[in-house]
Design a protein around this ligand. Structure first.
Ligand code: ATR
Length: 282
């Protein structure tokens, strides 16, 4: 149950399940670090409770909230305004409340992009990117990459029609099968896994075979639990550079924090908490 901490300004994350969310810890650490008199809490909201909860948040002084599974799409019909990129992605993960008005944003795609830019310094326009999966996370990433100028995006998915649907005729993208991707690994500079394959507890699974991959290929997994998926482990053994899902998670949170407070948080604080919680060394 939610508590709506007294009359203190507050932020929240709504979703179901929500108990294991790391968002309260990282946002509260940054609120404290920046000496802001506010608190961030996790609220479990079932689908049938969503409309009432939104009104409650609006009326009890909530200044903004994150939205996670299963509400990222449904929330959109309850908002007063939606940012164009969120509209294009078709999902909202961050809501800003100002003067009782709710405006929705999507920081997942841009969060991913910030992590990518820190990891891969070459010109992205000339880069060929393979994306595995065609769900919500893939959608946020693909739309953002194309908006940021990437011109060669390939989506490989178990259900190819879903990948076609996501691209919606875009001239910058193509859809292929997983097996076709496996047979053409050499044609991609970056491979990004957006499927849940390899996520805890199924940590020995891999989204596609990378036995024939070139060591010059960069691999990114948006999974952060475990910190090193089988996909990244195998890639690293071959000599590929790899990035896990921590940067995307941290940057989407930092972008939300900035939308709410106008202040860019120290994302290192967030990163250290996440890595420590997941049993990493840093
Ligand atoms: P999210 O919204 O978090 O991205 P999702 O909507 O469940 O997650 O999408 C997961 C993606 O991973 C989908 O593209 C899914 O493939 P389908 O479109 O064919 O369903 C893919 N995926 C999930 N589990 C998979 C599995 N065991 N094998 C192959 N693909 C899988």
């Amino acid at each position: 149950m939610h508590s709506f901490k007294g009359n203190r300004p507050y932020y929240a994350v709504i979703g179901d399940p929500i108990a294991h969310s790391m968002s309260p810890e990282i946002h509260n650490a940054c609120l404290e670090h920046h000496h802001m008199d506010a608190v961030y809490e996790a609220i479990r909201v079932r689908s049938d409770e969503l409309p009432n909860m939104i009104e409650e948040l609006r009326e009890t002084g909530c200044k903004g909230f994150n939205v996670t599974i299963p509400h990222k799409v449904k929330i959109m019909e309850h908002l007063d305004e939606i940012d164009p990129l969120a509209n294009e992605i078709g999902a909202v993960n961050t809501v800003v409340i100002e003067n009782g008005r709710l405006k929705g944003y999507n920081t997942d795609g841009l969060g991913f992009f910030k992590g990518l830019r820190a990891f891969y310094k070459r010109d992205l326009k000339a880069t060929s990117i393979l994306i595995l999966g065609a769900g919500g996370a893939s959608r946020a990433i693909v739309k953002t990459l194309i908006k940021q100028g990437v011109r060669n995006v390939t989506i490989a998915n178990r259900t190819v029609e879903k990948a076609h649907g996501l691209l919606n005729g875009s001239r910058y993208g193509q859809a292929i099968t997983i097996s076709a991707a496996e047979h053409n690994l050499e044609s991609f500079d970056i491979i990004i896994n957006t499927t849940p394959i390899g996520m805890y507890p199924n940590t020995d699974e891999i989204p596609l075979s990378i036995r024939t991959i070139d060591s010059g290929t960069a691999l990114i997994d948006i999974i952060y639990n475990p910190l090193m998926t089988e996909f990244l482990k195998q890639g690293r053994r071959i000599g590929c550079t790899v990035q896990n899902g921590v940067p995307m998670f941290v940057h989407q949170a930092a972008l939300a924090f900035e939308l709410w407070t106008g202040q860019e948080p120290d994302s290192k604080i967030m990163e250290d908490i996440v890595i420590k919680k997941l049993g990493g060394k840093k």
